[in-house]
Design a protein around this ligand. Sequence first.
Ligand SMILES: Cc1cc2nc3c(=O)[nH]c(=O)nc-3n(C[C@H](O)[C@H](O)[C@H](O)COP(=O)(O)OP(=O)(O)OC[C@H]3O[C@@H](n4cnc5c(N)ncnc54)[C@H](O)[C@@H]3O)c2cc1C
Length: 372
Amino acid sequence: MGTVFDIIIIGGGIAGMSAAAELARDHKVCVLEMEPAAGYHATGRSAATFVPSYGPPAFRALAQASEGFFTAADPQFWPAPLLSPRGEVMLIAAGEEAHIAEGEALGLAHMPLDELQRRVPLLKRDALVAALIDEAARDIDVDLMLQGYARLVRARSGEIVFRTRVTGFTRHYGAWQVQTAGGESYSAGMVVNAAGAWASEVARLAQAQAINITPKRRSAMLLDLPADCAPDDWPLCFGAGETFYFKPMGGRLMLSPADATPVDPHDAWADDMALAEAVEKFQQVMDFEVTHAGQTWGGLRSFANDGNPVAGFDDTQDNFLWLAGQGGYGIQSAPALSRLAAALVNTGQPPADIVAAGLEPATVSPSRLSQQ
Ligand SMILES: Cc1cc2nc3c(=O)[nH]c(=O)nc-3n(C[C@H](O)[C@H](O)[C@H](O)COP(=O)(O)OP(=O)(O)OC[C@H]3O[C@@H](n4cnc5c(N)ncnc54)[C@H](O)[C@@H]3O)c2cc1C
C-alpha cells in the first residue's frame, strides 16, 4: 500500500507547492518532487515579474485575483514584502506604431521619451517613436514566495519529498497507488498533476485525458553594465510585440529574446542563436556594446493549445486534478490558481472573488480540451 495520504501533488514548483499549502488546510497532503529542491525547473528560472496586464484574459483575471495575496501575505510565512516597484515599458520603434493601440487597450500610459531616457540613461532616444508604461508591473521575490508556501505546507502537517520521480500509477480499491523511481510507493485518494513541462507525460502514466501541454523554451542571459551605470531602478523594457526584453536583476541586466520554441520536457538550457538575436535588438535601442555574455539559462514555459491554464478534474480518471499550462504567467497567477484548485476539491465551485475578477471557469477546465 505504501505511505497513505489524502492527496498527492506531483511537482514541487510554484504550482504544486502553492496548491499543497492551500489543500493542507483540510487534507493530509504530500508533494512528490523529482529534483533535490523546490523550484528547480520553470519556477526557479523566471523573470520574476508581476504584470497584471500581461497575457490572455484568463491569466489577467488570475493575476488580479492573486494581487491581494502578494500585498498582504501572512508575515509568519512570508516575512518580507513579495512585491517591489519595477514598472514595465513597451518600446515602440518606427514601423511598430500598430502596437500603440494594443498597449493603450491594456491600460498602459504614454511615457515621454525624454523621461524614459532619464530613467534608462543608456537608451538611444532616437531609436524609438513612442513608449508606453505599465506602472503596476512589479518584481516578485520568487524564492521567498516558494519557500513561504513550503513552510506553510509543513506547518499544516503536509510532507514534501524530494528526489522522488513518479513513474506510474495503479488503483487499489479506487485509491491511487503512485509508483516512484526509487521503488517507494505512495497511496492517496486524489492526485494533483502539477508537473509543469512533464504534465502530459504524468497524465499519460495515469491514463488520464490526452491533453497537449507543450513546453516552450525561453532563453536568458545576464549582462554586466559599465561600472558607473546602476540599473537597479530601471523599468523592465520590452520590444513591441514581445520581440525581446531586459530588466535589472541583482545589479546586472537580464536580457531575453522572448523565444518560445516548442521542445520536449527536459532540463533546459539557453539557445545561443536566440540570445545573439536578442543582443542585436538590444544594441539597436541601447547605447552599449555587449562584448561577452555572463551567466545564461533556459527555462520551459508550458502551454495548452489554447494558451489558457488547465485547472480542474480530469474527464476520464476520477480524482485526478490538473494544474498545468501556466505558460509565462505561472508565478503571478499561482496564489489564485492554488485557491481555485483547493475550492474545486473542497466544494466543486470556484471562489467567488476569482470569478468576480473575470475568470470564466469553463475556459480553464480540462473538459474544453477533450476534443483536441
Ligand atoms: C525565462 C522565463 C521567464 C518567466 N517569467 C515569468 C514572470 O516574470 N512571471 C510569471 O508569473 N511567470 C514567469 N514565467 C513562467 C513561470 O516560471 C511558470 O509558469 C511557472 O514557474 C510554472 O510553475 P510550475 O510549478 O507549473 O512548473 P515547474 O516550476 O517546472 O514545476 C514542475 C515540477 O514538477 C516536477 N516533476 C515533473 N515531473 C515529475 C515527476 N514525474 N515526478 C516528480 N516530480 C516531477 C519537476 O521537477 C518540477 O520541479 C517565466 C518562465 C521562464 C522560463
